[in-house]
Design a protein around this ligand. Structure first.
Ligand SMILES: Nc1c(NC[C@H](O)[C@H](O)[C@H](O)CO)[nH]c(=O)[nH]c1=O
Ligand SMILES: CC(=O)[C@@H](O)COP(=O)(O)O
Length: 161
């Protein structure tokens, strides 16, 4: 299994650009909010740890992961250097999981293709709540932390090209 018994959220600060000159937008889904709040905490703390200023981090909430598409599209219109989309989709009894996951994945991909501001995909798509817990500050680390590092690196790439 890709992340079994691994914590993928450790990072070497020396390899991360300083984020003090960048502004970040974070759009957070309210579905499974105990998970998404853990992801947000990981992302926020990693941004601050790498020099981002609290005043340069904008947070908006949306009802569910499918609404991340619209929320991130509007966030791209703000004066930000990168956007992070945070969601937690957990398999239920029906195929709805498949459609939500595919829709939000394709929608965020489209935002990256069609617009200049990078949108980082921090949407957990898990079989059960334990997998979500493990990846939002548990034994497999925090995908929010990883998303923040990706956001800093993509802001730097956009700034230099
Ligand atoms: N089941 C989950 C959802 N479902 C809601 C959708 O994201 C969307 O809000 C609704 O279809 C209205 O457009 N959302 C999650 O983020 N996580 C889930 O597990
Ligand atoms: C991802 C979902 O929308 C899902 O959690 C909803 O649950 P169900 O498939 O049992 O309706």
């Amino acid at each position: 299994m890709a992340t079994a018994n691994k914590n993928l959220s450790d990072y070497d600060k020396a390899s991360i650009p300083n984020a003090s000159n960048y502004r970040f937008g974070i759009v957070v889904s309210e579905w499974n909010d105990t998970i998404t709040e853990g992801l947000y905490e990981g992302a926020y703390n990693a941004l601050i740890d790498n020099g981002a200023l609290p005043a340069n981090i904008i947070r908006w909430n949306v009802p569910g992961s499918f609404e991340l598409i619209y929320g991130c599209k509007k966030m791209q219109e703000q004066m930000v250097n990168a956007v992070i989309a945070i969601g937690s989709v957990i398999q239920g009894e029906t195929k709805h999981f498949d459609f939500v996951c595919e829709g939000v994945t394709q929608g965020i991909k489209d935002l990256n293709v069609m617009r200049e501001t990078p949108v980082i995909f921090c949407v957990l798509t898990d079989n059960n709540i334990q997998q979500s817990i493990d990846r939002s500050g548990g034994k497999h680390g925090n995908k929010g932390t990883e998303a923040a590092i990706a956001a800093i690196k993509m802001a730097e790439l956009r700034e230099n090209n």
